[in-house]
Design a protein around this ligand. Structure first.
Ligand code: HEC
Ligand code: HEC
Length: 432
């Protein structure tokens, strides 16, 4: 089973750190934690452990928004070194799940920029969900959590996977707390951090505190925007111009106070960009969901989103507004080469597939399609340039694997383009 996690300081200091006030040590997770024992069941996947990439990240990164980072810490859950260390330990610990086999890191692996590389995630007993796991990196800046925004805060969010039957499968949060409270090391850590035995709100607070240390900037693009003219290649510069111009990407990824947002690349809004409409009669499904899912019961929304095909209704499940049918949250665009496949359902394998989708204007037959979606008439060279720009948003931690992935995607895109539709991309624009 799971090995106990060790915590030790390695003496690297975070001077000027606002997230971990007064910290003089980096918290290191155990290097050997989290391996599930002999694989007796075919669905048992090893739990990714707390490698180097799992550590709280320094705040001295080019492009990191200092004020927003401070503002992301709620007054009732201030950061501390011990709390973050406890949260990190919990994040990598399979013992939070019903049968000990699945940790948060199972689907949010730091080696993959805290995603799992699958179309849809796999939880306990090999149960496959409906949605693609987003990254935890920079999730502290999200104004809502999940693809449909059904949770407001990281604390609120963390409760859902623990009790979702297809994720960590606990019957309720108390069962997870009881399991953790049965472990001496955790009792000591909760006592030290919160002055009492483990309880559910403090468990969620510790995990959220850890997640708030996963800040990821300092990409070549951040250096470029800061004035280093040659920090990105000419193709990426052309891609950045297309992103702001003919590509229309900034209508959602995004413009803040008249300027392109160069920090999170999202409007924090929800849009139907036509990823799902082609496959289903969503309006009929929406009427079904109204019968089956109790309004305002976010537990029920969570189970529907993860376990049923009504998942494709997206934001509608939360708001019950027809305008939100098939609408999903605009995600950030950093470290994309580590977070393939793309979109809420992982349906698009490469950045070229995503760009083909935008180039043809999504699904023009979709009555609820966002009005900012339209054919873009991008040539093949434009698409390559946009991909080069997106690649320039890779943080240094992931530089090497991202280069490999870029080469893999580029090669694949030369032969496999299931979403390319040149006739539509260069066809008539809708009348608006
Ligand atoms: C079985 C896989 C799985 C496990 C285990 C899991 N997650 Fe997730 N996580 C997902 C998927 C899939 C989503 C997206 C679901 C959705 O939007 O409906 C998600 C979404 C999130 C988000 C929202 C990010 C965003 O940009 O909206 C956060 C934060 C998160 N998970 C943290 C955690 C934490 C903390 C744990 C452990 C307590 C955890 N996850 C366990 C698969 C998993
Ligand atoms: C109308 C708003 C809108 C516009 C315009 C738009 N996006 Fe998006 N983008 C979204 C939404 C919403 C999603 C998530 C959709 C889903 O998963 O169903 C998304 C997803 C993505 C993803 C996948 C990210 C991931 O983690 O899976 C990438 C990459 C992306 N957009 C890049 C772009 C680029 C490049 C452009 C311009 C060519 C663009 N977007 C234009 C709203 C928009």
């Amino acid at each position: 089973m799971q090995q106990a996690c060790c915590l030790r300081g390695v003496g690297k200091s975070y001077v000027g750190s606002v997230l971990i006030l007064g910290a003089a040590a980096v918290i290191v997770g155990c290097s050997s934690a989290g391996q599930v024992g002999p694989q007796t069941k075919p669905y048992l996947l090893p739990i990714p452990n707390a490698s180097e990439l799992a550590h709280p990240r320094p705040l001295e990164q080019r492009g990191l928004p200092a004020e927003a980072t401070r503002a992301a810490v709620p007054p009732n859950n201030l950061q501390s070194v011990d709390k973050v260390a406890l949260g990190q330990k919990l994040f990598f610990d399979g013992r939070l799940s019903a049968d000990g086999t699945v940790a948060c890191s199972s689907c949010h692996d730091p080696a993959r920029a805290f995603t799992d590389g699958r179309r849809a995630s796999i939880g306990i007993k090999g149960r496959v969900g409906q949605r693609n796991a987003p990254t935890i990196l920079n999730a502290l800046y999200n104004t809502t959590q999940f693809w449909d925004g059904r949770a407001r805060t990281l604390e609120e969010q963390a409760a859902f996977p623990i009790v979702n039957p297809s994720e960590m499968g606990q019957p309720n949060l108390e069962a997870a707390v009881a399991r953790i409270a049965g472990i001496r090391e955790y009792r000591k850590a909760f006592e030290r951090v919160f002055g009492g035995p483990p309880n559910s709100s403090n468990l969620l607070r510790a995990i959220a505190s850890y997640e708030r240390t996963e800040v990821s900037f300092d990409s070549p693009f951040d250096h470029f925007i800061a004035g280093e003219k040659n920090a990105i290649e000419p193709a990426a510069k052309r891609g950045w111009a297309l992103f702001n111009g003919r590509g229309r990407c900034t209508t959602c990824h995004s413009v803040t106070r008249g300027q392109p947002d160069v920090t999170t690349f999202t409007d924090h809004g929800f849009h139907d960009i036509g990823v799902v409409m082609i496959r289903a009669d969503t309006v009929t499904m929406a009427r079904q969901a109204e019968q089956l899912v109790t309004p305002a019961d976010m537990g029920a929304v969570d189970r529907t989103a993860i376990q049923s095909n009504l998942s494709l209704l997206g934001r509608f499940l939360v708001t019950r507004q027809d305008a939100d049918i098939g609408a999903f949250k605009t995600p950030g665009l950093r470290n994309l080469l580590m977070t393939a496949p793309y979109f809420h359902d992982g349906s698009h394998a490469t950045l070229w597939d995503v760009l083909d989708h935008y180039n043809k204007g999504g699904d023009l037959n979709d009555p609820l399609l966002d009005r900012d979606m339209r054919p873009l008439a991008l040539k093949e060279a434009d698409i390559d340039d946009l991909a080069a720009f997106l690649a320039s948003l890779t943080s240094p931690d992931y530089r090497q694997p991202a280069l490999k992935e870029l080469a893999r995607q580029r090669k694949l895109a030369r032969t496999t383009r299931p979403y390319r539709d040149t006739a539509r991309a260069f066809g008539p624009k809708p009348i608006v």
